[in-house]
Design a binder for this molecule. Structure first.
Ligand code: FES
Ligand SMILES: [Fe+2]
Length: 447
C-alpha cells in the first residue's frame, strides 16, 4: 500500500494533505488520518477532504459502523404517527425498520425482520390493496392493532412481543415470551423521533440540551404538524448532502435567483462550536422582511410563529446535528431535513415543512401551503443538480483538494465532527471550541 504523502496546495505550504485523482486509492486508515489532520487546521487554512472520503466503499462501511450506527438518527416527527397503532416503515443502514406508536403511547422503532425465518413482516407491496393486517394508507404507512408476518402468519403486539405462532405446539421448549421483533433504542426530542442502532448514545435530552434552549423561540416543535413532505433519491454520498445544506456560501451561485436575493451569503454566520450541533444565522434582507409582513397581511403567506421576537422573525436559523438531522426554523414555518445514507454514492433525502397545528384553520391554508411547497421544491432542485455534479467530480483524475471561504465554516465544523468521531469523542470535548463568527466576519487574509 503506497503511503499517503502530505503535501500542501499551491497557496498553503505543508498544511493541507493533498490527493489528486482516483487512482491513488487511500485505505480507511489513511482517510481517517487525513480527516483528522485537515480538521485540526484553523478554518483560515483548512480545505476539503480527500475524494475517497466520498467514494471509498470501505470507508462508508467504516462510517456506518463507527459513526452512523453509534449516533442518533432522526426517523420521524410525532405528527406523522399521532394515534396508537399508527406506523410507517423505512429502511436505514440496511435495517428494515418500523416506527410505531404503541397502545401504551410509547413510540418504538422495531426491526421488520421476523424472528422466525427472517422474513420482512412488511415487504414491498404490503398494505397495498388490503394486503397485510393494517388498514394502510399506502404501502409504507397506516394504522393497525397488530402486526402479522405474511410468511407463516406469526403475529406481534405493537411493542414487538410475539402474540401468536400457529402450529408451534410441538416445538420443544418454544416459548412465546422472550420471542419478539428487535426493539431499537428510540427517544423523542422536541417531537422528533430518533433511533440509535448501537444503543450506547448519550440520552437525547442531554445530547440536545443546548439545542432545546436555542430552538425555544419557535415554541413547541412537538405541537407542529407536517405541511409538506418530499423525498429525493440522491446519487451522491451522504456527506455531500449534509455539507451542501449546511453552508450558505453557495447562495451566490446555485441559488443566485432564489435564496441569494432573500438571504445574501455574506451576511450569514455561524455560532460557537457545540458537541452536538452546528447553529447558523441567515438574516433576511430588510426589504424582504417588509415584503413578508405585507404578504402576511395580504393572506398569501402564513402568519409569523407567534412566539418569535422581532430578531428571530427577521432571519432563518439553521441547526445541523450531524450525521443526519437538519432543522431550518424560519419566521412562519420550520423546514426539517432527514438524510438516509444508503451506500457510498447513494442517499435519500426527505424534506419537510412543519407549521403550528393552528394554521390548519386559516382560510388561506391551501394557498399558503402551495406557495411554500413550490419554494421548497424549486431551490432543492437547484441543490440536487449541484450535488450530483460534485459526486462525479470526486471520481475524475482532475480532482484537487480545494480551499474554503470563511462562509464555509459549517463544512469545517462537519469535518471536525467527523474527526472527533474517529477519535471516539465529540467536537469541543478534546479540542477547544471554535469561536462564534458572531455576525461580525472580519477580513480574511488572502494572497
Ligand atoms: S418468517 Fe415470519 S412467520 Fe415465518
Ligand atoms: Fe442549497
Amino acid at each position: 500500500m503506497p503511503t499517503h504523502a502530505i503535501e500542501g496546495p499551491p497557496n498553503v505550504r505543508n498544511t493541507i494533505p493533498i490527493h489528486r485523482g482516483r487512482r491513488q486509492r487511500l485505505s480507511v486508515e489513511e482517510i481517517i488520518r487525513d480527516i483528522q489532520q485537515t480538521a485540526d487546521l484553523p478554518l483560515e487554512r483548512s480545505g476539503t477532504l480527500p475524494a475517497e472520503a466520498y467514494t471509498s466503499d470501505a470507508f462508508f462501511d467504516w462510517e456506518a459502523e463507527n459513526i452512523l450506527r453509534k449516533d442518533w438518527l432522526c426517523v420521524a416527527h410525532v405528527s406523522q404517527i399521532p394515534r396508537a397503532g399508527d406506523f410507517f416503515k423505512l429502511d436505514l443502514l440496511g435495517e428494515p425498520i418500523l416506527v410505531v406508536h404503541g397502545k401504551d403511547g410509547v413510540i418504538r422503532t422495531l426491526s421488520r425482520i421476523c424472528p422466525h425465518r427472517a422474513m420482512d413482516i412488511m415487504p414491498p407491496g404490503f398494505g397495498a390493496e388490503g394486503a397485510g393486517p393494517a388498514e394502510a394508507k399506502d404501502a409504507d404507512c397506516g394504522n393497525t392493532r397488530i402486526l402479522m408476518c405474511p410468511y407463516h402468519a406469526w403475529t406481534f403486539e405493537l411493542d414487538g412481543e410475539l402474540k401468536g405462532a400457529p402450529e408451534m405446539h410441538k416445538a420443544e421448549g418454544f416459548c412465546r415470551s422472550g420471542t419478539a421483533l428487535m426493539n431499537f433504542r428510540t427517544e423523542v426530542w422536541n417531537g422528533f423521533v430518533f433511533v440509535n442502532f448501537d444503543g450506547g448514545a448519550e440520552p437525547l435530552a442531554e445530547h440536545f440540551a443546548d439545542m432545546t434552549a436555542r430552538t425555544a423561540p419557535w415554541g413547541d416543535l412537538a405541537d407542529m404538524e407536517l405541511l409538506v413532505e418530499r423525498t429525493w433519491d440522491c446519487d451522491f454520498n451522504w456527506k455531500v448532502l449534509f455539507e451542501n445544506f449546511s453552508e450558505c456560501y453557495h447562495h451566490i451561485g446555485a441559488h443566485a435567483k432564489t435564496l441569494q436575493p432573500l438571504m445574501p451569503a455574506k451576511e450569514c454566520w455561524t455560532e460557537q462550536e457545540n458537541p452536538a450541533f452546528i447553529q447558523e444565522h441567515l438574516p433576511l434582507k430588510e426589504s424582504v422582511v417588509a415584503q413578508l409582513r405585507e404578504a402576511i397581511a395580504g393572506g398569501v403567506e402564513f402568519p409569523l410563529i407567534d412566539t418569535l421576537d422581532a430578531d428571530h422573525a427577521a432571519e432563518w436559523a439553521l441547526f445541523c446535528a450531524p450525521p443526519c438531522f437538519m432543522l431550518f426554523p424560519g419566521p412562519n414555518q420550520v423546514a426539517w431535513y432527514r438524510i438516509e445514507p444508503l451506500t457510498t454514492d447513494k442517499s435519500r433525502l426527505t424534506t419537510s415543512l412543519l407549521v403550528p397545528k393552528s394554521y390548519r384553520d386559516l382560510p388561506q391554508y391551501e394557498a399558503c401551503r402551495a406557495t411554500a411547497e413550490k419554494a421548497l421544491v424549486d431551490f432543492h432542485s437547484e441543490d440536487m443538480d449541484i450535488c450530483v455534479a460534485v459526486q462525479r467530480g470526486f471520481y475524475g483524475s482532475g480532482f484537487q483538494r480545494g480551499r474554503m471561504s470563511h462562509l464555509e465554516m459549517p463544512i469545517w465544523l462537519i469535518h471536525r465532527y467527523l474527526a472527533a468521531r474517529t477519535r471516539g469523542t465529540r467536537p469541543t470535548l478534546d479540542r477547544p471550541a471554535a469561536a462564534s463568527q458572531n455576525g461580525r466576519i472580519g477580513a480574511v487574509p488572502a494572497c
